[in-house]
Design a protein around this ligand. Structure first.
Ligand code: ADP
Ligand code: MG
Length: 288
């Protein structure tokens, strides 16, 4: 009996039209964009007389762009942001005390290469979480791994991991991420074990990766959260060795927004402004 080529071929690669085979191979090679686009791009290239190498180049470039986008999306999901926010929606004029130049420089993520830290301090509603989220998003887009958490949630995760004898694994994960964002340090006082575990996290990341901390408390009040002056001193020592501090004191953006809504409940702001002027203090309509 004569052997045919198909006898020696791996299963799934024989028979069928070239399209079926091609689709199979492209799936195996994990080239979904080439698979989705090759016929359309072929038609376009045929119409405009583009040669085969350029046709192939176009397809491969599409795959690369899509692959980068998928990787960024994966990093964003892995970061566990409570919401995706960027600097595009951040109004710097609402918080004039914030150093805009410094923030935009930080958005370039070079501090992550230097393993520097960032601390954002200020009262509630001034955009600290927004800025931390936007810096986290920028880091994902620049190719860094990010983890977002709150101080309270991080401490309870650490305590739980310790009880379940998987603390080392969690600590290793926390130490290896390029950017760790710890939001809201200061809202909840920590137990002494909790504070020790948080300190260890900072210690293990020291000069290994960047950490962003946001807090409503000035440094002198951190002892009230961490419980011990010695621990607070040691933590601040590590955290502030290479640090950019963002001072974000001002009016609460949340309160300002809701006050504006109360003044103008229909909130079709632009439309209304075309026909009437509202007194910003009293909400009174000045020109009907
Ligand atoms: P904080 O963390 O300082 O308490 P947030 O970042 O949570 O404040 O801000 C409260 C809300 O107001 C969020 O929805 C945030 O997106 C919005 N916000 C705060 N500051 C600004 C700003 N300057 N520009 C646009 N939105 C802002
Ligand atoms: Mg916040």
């Amino acid at each position: 009996m004569t052997r045919t080529a198909s006898d020696t071929m791996p299963s799934g690669t024989t028979g069928g039209t070239p399209q079926i085979l091609l689709s199979h191979h492209l799936k195996q090679l994990k080239l979904p964009t080439v698979l989705r686009e090759y016929e359309k791009v072929a038609r376009e290239c045929a119409e405009s007389g583009v040669d085969h190498p350029r046709y192939l180049l176009r397809l491969i470039e599409l795959e690369l762009i899509d692959r980068e986008r998928r990787t960024v999306e994966r990093r964003i999901r892995a970061a566990r942001f409570p919401a995706v926010k960027s600097f595009d929606t951040f109004d710097f004029t609402a918080i004039p005390g914030l150093n805009k130049m410094l923030v935009l420089e930080l958005a370039r993520c070079e501090y992550i290469l230097r393993r520097d830290n960032i601390i954002a301090l200020g009262n509630s509603g001034t955009g600290k979480t927004h800025v931390a989220l936007a810096l986290g998003l920028a880091a994902c887009q620049k190719g860094f791994t990010v983890t977002f958490t709150t101080a309270a949630s991080l401490v309870s995760q650490l305590l739980e991991a310790r009880d379940e004898r998987r603390l080392l694994k969690l600590q290793r994960d926390l130490a290896s991420v390029k950017l760790l964002i710890i939001d809201e340090l200061g809202y909840v006082p920590l137990s002494s074990t909790g504070a020790e575990l948080l300190f260890e996290t900072f210690s293990q990341r020291y000069e290994r990766g960047s950490t962003i901390v946001t807090s409503n408390l000035p440094f002198e009040d951190w002892t009230s959260v961490l419980g011990s002056e010695r621990l607070t001193g040691a933590l601040l020592d590590r955290l502030t060795h290479h640090v950019s501090i963002l001072t974000m004191n001002g009016d609460s953006y949340r309160l300002k927004q809701s006050a504006a809504r109360r003044r103008n409940p229909s909130s079709g702001a632009e439309q209304n402004q075309a026909t009437q002027t509202v007194d910003p203090d009293t909400g009174e309509i000045l020109t009907p």
